[in-house]
Design a protein around this ligand. Structure first.
Ligand code: SME
Length: 322
């Protein structure tokens, strides 16, 4: 059977398997198995974009390397250049990562969702020059059948007065939702007035939701550090008190390693101990409505952040997610 006809059948089969399934890893697993079976390739599988690298996903074939950097190897190149890369002879591809010495030619197809590369499909062959435009065209169609990868994530950031912090953080591409409130304090349902007494232990905090396919946690944290003086205890701009302390409050334990890494790098820049509190989120209460999007409602209202920062946030793009 000619390749074109085999792909036509395979596409129809994969389509019927993928239909109605919302779990992308499950579909990736069957997709890899079906492509692998149809052509008896040497290695067929996925790498997913996780923070700033590719991490091994479902595959068929011999064991493979688990992490690939942005722009590294054929996979990292397809991610960076956002295009299908066909390699007729892996030995001629500078920087090719040889997971197996048997592999002779390769194709890597980026999986693009909502304009961002979220994964790559990588196929290796034991023959030279296995892949051409027909493979590229059909494999691009096939990966378009994957359900959306990775749901929204959230993080809570205390950066001094929450009016300016919310305005700044919500400008960053990939941030899908913000609200201001009070985090990691002591009494239930605090009001702004109560928090203002500085006796409640609450920090003025911005709750963020973001699309991890567009912006990484690492990038968000790097942007956060641009808007605070992390060496200042309980004081940002003219605002003083424990309610204006800086803090990173996470819901997901797996965020901790990234937070610690970014924080350690910032500490090195300053050469001083940082005063940013890093804790799991214990509680959060949404502030009164008039505090939400306060600076949109009151454009000339008080703000401790310079206008230049808002310009920076508007232009900021997480380069590895573009
Ligand atoms: N050869 C790939 C690495 C992955 S393995 O082929 C499974 C590359 O250069 O990116």
């Amino acid at each position: 059977m000619v390749k074109e006809e085999r792909y036509r059948q395979l596409y129809a089969q994969i389509k019927s398997v993928a239909e109605g399934e919302s779990d992308s890893i499950a579909v990736m697993a069957n997709m890899a198995a079906m492509i692998h079976d149809a052509f008896h390739f040497w290695w067929t599988g996925f790498y997913r974009v996780v923070e700033r690298e590719l991490v091994l996903g479902p595959f068929q074939g011999p064991l493979a390397c688990m992490h690939i950097g942005y722009g590294r190897g054929v996979c990292g190149t397809a991610w960076k250049e956002r295009r299908t890369v066909v390699v007729p002879d892996v030995e001629q591809f500078p920087g090719h990562i040889a997971c197996s010495s048997e592999s002779r030619s390769e194709i890597v197809v980026p999986v693009v969702q909502k304009g961002a590369v979220v994964a790559v499909l990588d196929i290796d062959s034991r023959e030279l020059d296995t892949f051409d435009d027909t493979d590229a065209e059909w494999l691009e169609k096939i990966v378009a059948l994957l359900p959306p990868l990775g749901g929204e994530q959230e993080i809570y950031l205390a950066a001094g007065c929450f009016w300016g912090a919310e305005k700044y953080l919500k400008l960053i591409e990939g941030v899908t939702f913000t609200e201001v409130g009070f985090a990691n304090g002591n009494a239930e349902n605090p009001t702004y007035k109560e928090v203002y007494t500085d006796n409640t232990g609450y920090a003025e905090t911005v709750h963020l939701r973001y699309n991890p396919n567009v912006v990484s946690l690492r990038f968000l944290l790097e942007m956060y550090f641009k808007a605070i003086d992390p060496t200042s205890l309980n004081k940002q701009g003219e605002d003083e008190g424990t309610r204006y302390r800086t803090g990173i409050y996470y819901c997901n334990q797996s965020d901790r390693a990234i937070i610690d890494d970014v924080t350690a790098k910032e500490a090195k820049k300053y050469g001083l101990p940082l005063q940013v509190e890093v804790e799991p989120l214990r509680n959060f209460y949404r502030a009164e409505e008039y505090h939400q999007d306060y600076l949109d409602k009151n454009p000339s209202g008080y703000c401790h952040l310079p206008v230049a920062l808002f310009e920076l946030a508007k232009k900021a793009k997480d380069i590895v997610r573009q």
